[in-house]
Design a binder for this molecule. Sequence first.
Ligand code: NAD
Ligand code: ZN
Length: 251
Amino acid sequence: MPTNDITRLAELLRGLKEAQGPATVLTGAGISTESGIPDFRSPGTGLYTRIDPMEYISTRALETHPEKLWKFFAESYAAAGDYQPNAGHFAIARLEETGYVETVVTQNIDGLHERAGSRNVLEVHGHLRTAHCVACGLAVPFASATEQVLEGADVPTCAECGSSLRPDVVLFGDDMPQDFLTARDVVRANPLLLVVGSSLEVAPVNMLPPEAERLAIINRSPTPADRHAEVVVRADAGESLSALAGELGVE
Ligand code: NAD
Ligand code: ZN
């Protein structure tokens, strides 16, 4: 990891905090790979090397073959409650606590930012805490929905009305939630957007970096927005963010 890039990023955050205010952080699946949750696009280990997302995590899947969607969610995320935040999530929580960061916008559904202590989190692709009934809206814990699938149900059903449940995540084909519109306003208002662990290939989240006044990126692999960033750290999120917190004296 080029230490000078982290030093530059720390200087940038320090200067902005004093002059203009805190930054926004935008995270993707890459911040959680060190917690043992595979991302979608890493070569070899990304989930997309195994599945076609439109076949499993889309509104079309929900309408035409919900059993495939639920098989995917039960197999991939039934243990979601056991995931633990890693050094990267904790460092971001410390940056928020100490005023360097105001808001965390996350594409992740794993809930690890909150579990690490971040308070101001916008979950623009939903979360794995609950599922709900497509007919009456009853909310149930996500784990109780996956439990039905693991016990043999093709599709988990509502205890009140018997209709199908769906996860509270944004599927391909869904409208974006209010959190996304709020995120766009926050990114426009704050002086810097720090992207961590995102390929920036998913729309419409990849439209957020162009809205930012200034941009910095921490990601293992190149992204389409790298050429617009003033600092690009091409390294792992955990060690990079720990080093950043260290440089700022807030680790
Ligand atoms: P992505 O899979 O498209 O890209 C992840 C990026 O992170 C890649 O560019 C990869 O090189 C990089 N990366 C992987 N491990 C890293 C590490 N330890 N440190 C630094 N960089 C690392 O992820 P995305 O951009 O978030 O988009 C995928 C979509 O999938 C999102 O919509 C998200 O909702 C969803 N998703 C979420 C989770 C989760 O909640 N943990 C997991 C998989 C997918
Ligand atoms: Zn119902």
